[in-house]
Design a protein around this ligand. Structure first.
Ligand code: KG4
Ligand code: ZN
Length: 359
């Protein structure tokens, strides 16, 4: 069965074709990052309009690349949520219209299930059961995963997501959007331990996270540096243009401190989740799983945790939003008899992952 996957939940238009037994046939992605960059974050209305412009050409591109005709598509999968309502509607309406036109079944996929299962697309996929660390721009969760649709929430962020903490800290440092890659690049030049930032909830005794205090700590440091640099004290968020005048060493050290604080908490809670569940495999997914330092630190810690312990990541191109993960998760769900003929479609801008769990 060949499944066309459509992802439009936020600022990436992703399309892919997945076939059982063959794997990914083709994929294409258009990132809206450049369009949103000058606003410092995603503008929902602009995102929806751009998805409308990009989606059909991308579908044509993927079919061409796979040398297939649209009638060779057996089913259509789209992201039904969570995400931006207008953006989700573009994918849902397009998928449903195509399914009507072709007379094929359609299935709405949970965006986080797509992320969570994306490491299974690798050549050496992790077997169930495992602990999943989902770290994206909107979510930070630890889950016990026993099979498709068997997801038990172990802990999650009480406020900001890890990706959001990267993005907000980057903004305070005058770096562009998205903040994760920008902080990662600047942190390479920072000295370890030069600036210490809090590691919230590190010793909370549970598997929950909290990252909102981090941006306050960063803001305090930036304000002080600006005062020390002779700029008058300013209330609110510092003027991005003046941030350029900050000492480059200070900015690099602060980027390094932000990354180290976030990574420390993610690593230690992931290790605690393995201990608590008695499981040996950790599977990381979501945009933040692209972070090099997070990858290295997890390889070190999980590798040293004992025989049989192992950490898995998606391929770098599958860490951030993409159509492949939606085609794949949709194919797995369709194989279980889910989905059906196109009818009234539904989107779920807010949709907790445990709601789709049979666990
Ligand atoms: O999964 P994703 O593409 O979208 C959501 O579903 O939210 O994740 C986007 C998030 C952003 O917050 C971005 O800053 C972060 O992932 N991110 C990174 C890196 N690449 C993307 N964070 C840290 N290091 C990276 N290399
Ligand atoms: Zn995502």
């Amino acid at each position: 069965m060949r499944v066309l996957g459509i992802e439009t939940s936020c600022d990436e238009t992703g399309v892919a074709l997945y076939e059982h037994g063959k794997g990914l046939l083709a994929q294409a992605l258009h990132s809206q990052v450049a369009m949103h960059a000058r606003y410092g974050g995603v503008v929902p209305e602009l995102a929806s309009r751009d998805h409308i412009r990009r989606l059909l050409p991308l579908i044509g591109q993927v079919l061409d690349e796979a040398r297939l005709d649209r009638f060779d598509v057996d089913a259509i999968a789209y992201t039904a949520g969570p995400g931006l309502a207008g953006a989700l509607l573009v994918g849902a309406a397009t998928a449903t219209a195509i399914a009507y036109g072709l007379g094929r079944p359609v299935i709405g996929v949970h965006h986080l299930e797509g992320h969570l299962l994306s490491p299974l697309l690798a050549e050496d996929p992790p077997p169930f059961p495992f602990v999943s660390l989902l770290v994206s721009g909107g979510h930070t969760q630890l889950l016990e995963v026993r099979g498709i649709g068997q997801y038990r929430l172990l802990g999650e962020t009480l406020d900001d997501a890890a990706g959001e903490a990267f993005d907000k800290s980057a903004k305070l440092l005058g770096l562009g959007y998205p903040g994760g890659p920008a902080i990662g690049a600047l942190a390479e030049r920072g000295s370890p331990g030069a600036i210490e930032l809090p590691r919230p909830m590190l010793r909370s005794g549970n598997l929950d996270f909290s990252f909102s205090g981090l941006k306050t700590a960063v803001l305090t440091r930036v304000r002080k540096a600006m005062r020390d640099g002779g700029f008058a004290h300013e209330a609110g968020t510092p003027d991005p243009e003046r941030l350029d005048a900050l000492d480059p060493h200070f900015r690099a050290d602060l980027a390094r401190a932000v990354q180290d604080a976030i990574v420390d908490v993610l690593v230690s809670k992931s290790v605690a989740a393995l201990e608590q569940t008695g499981l040996h495999r950790l599977v990381v997914a979501g945009g933040v799983s692209a972070n090099r330092v997070l990858r290295e630190r997890l390889f070190e810690r999980i590798g040293a945790a004992g025989a049989g312990h192992r950490v898995y990541f998606p391929a770098p191109a599958l860490c951030t939003d993409n159509g492949a993960m939606i085609a794949f998760a949709g194919a797995l769900r369709l194989a279980r008899g889910e989905g059906g003929p196109p009818g009234n479609f539904d989107i779920r801008p807010r949709w907790p992952l445990p709601e789709i769990s049979a666990a």
